[in-house]
Design a protein around this ligand. Structure first.
Ligand code: 8X3
Length: 258
């Protein structure tokens, strides 16, 4: 029997990118998938594909993680079907804008703070009682190298990822007695919708971010998350920093044709 067979995995921001890759990767391991995101059509399609390809339960919820009441309601709803959430993948997050501080838009700050910090807190707070009741669970937060090194034009995005780092660390201490693991996965460049969203849909500008190098894929991150999720019961990966081979840190990358 595979280690993750029949485990219940709740993934936020599951309609694309790392969240979507995690849905397929855990389903491939025999886990039941509970997905949430805002985009119904995309979730529906992923759910159909998973149902066709894997013999697992799949549920999805249309949910904006920034809506605290909705988060509580949906988690209550899913708790009636799933008596435990074995894994919570706190993936929903975004970057908006890449500007010097004086040129940043306050609305973008609100979006990043609401989703990356408050959304993660709301979902974790709602799911935790289920894990505590079962005295088992594993919370995997998507951090970033932006939570290790602040970079120019990224004050608020970096601040949100520093917050994820702090939340991960404090939470781990607070629920140590509840037998719940807490892990942070901190990627560098991953080519998903991330840059397109950061640049308000400007595909050309988004492409430039990855020009001349091979970025990580969402599947690379999902594979790493599966690694963390399949360690022996007594082992926890506290944090894992992962970058493309040609990226040294937030500032220095080697690009062909540089
Ligand atoms: C994504 C990586 O380099 O844009 O969190 O901060 S980076």
């Amino acid at each position: 029997m595979k280690k993750l067979e029949n485990k219940n995995v709740f993934i936020t921001g599951a309609s694309a990118g790392i969240g979507k890759a995690c849905a397929y990767a855990f389903a491939n391991e025999g886990s039941n998938i509970i997905m949430c995101a805002r985009r119904k059509e995309k979730l529906e399609k992923i759910a159909d594909n998973i149902k066709n390809d894997f013999n697992v339960d799949v549920d999805y919820y249309i949910l904006d993680v920034t809506d605290q009441k909705a988060v509580e309601e949906k988690v209550y709803e899913l708790s009636k079907k799933y008596s435990n959430i074995d894994f919570l993948i706190n993936n929903a997050g975004l970057a908006k804008g890449l500007n010097k501080f004086p040129d940043d838009k306050i609305d973008d700050w609100e979006d990043m703070i609401d989703t990356n910090i408050k959304g993660l807190l709301y979902v974790t707070k709602a799911v935790l009682p289920i894990m505590i009741k079962n005295n088992a669970g594993h919370i995997i937060n998507l951090g970033s190298i932006a939570g290790h090194e602040a970079y120019p034009k990224g004050a608020v995005y970096c601040a949100t990822k520093f917050a994820v780092d702090a939340i991960t660390k404090s939470l781990r201490m607070d629920i140590l007695e509840n037998n719940i693991k807490v892990t942070s996965i901190d990627p560098g460049m991953v080519e998903t919708e991330f840059s397109e969203i950061r640049f308000y849909g400007d595909k050309e500008r988004a492409k430039q971010v990855y020009k001349g190098l091979k970025p990580l894929t969402a599947e690379d991150i999902a594979e790493t998350i599966i690694f963390c999720a399949t360690r022996p019961e007594h082992v926890n990966i506290n944090e894992l920093v992962i970058m493309p081979k040609s990226q040294a840190n937030a500032f220095i990358s080697y690009r062909k044709n540089d």
